[in-house]
Design a protein around this ligand. Structure first.
Ligand code: SF4
Length: 63
């Protein structure tokens, strides 16, 4: 798994450089059943992570 590389532009643009990834439910094992791809960006995972960041005052990493 660690040898795999994504070519999904949306994933690479949004998740690869994400400053709040530690607050997110996203992982390949969650993405696959949700979207059928291990490197899919999941909109509601992202929304939940951003709400968590707001709740703990991490506004500076939201960008
Ligand atoms: S918060 Fe959004 S951009 Fe960041 S890892 Fe999660 S889904 Fe990707």
């Amino acid at each position: 798994m660690r040898e795999l590389r994504s070519r999904n532009a949306e994933f690479l643009e949004k998740c690869r450089r994400c400053g709040i990834i530690n607050l997110c439910l996203w992982c390949p094992a969650h993405a696959a059943p949700e979207a059928g791809e291990i490197d899919a960006w999941i909109e509601y995972f992202c929304a939940v992570a951003h709400e968590r960041a707001k709740a703990i005052g991490e506004a500076d990493v939201l960008g």
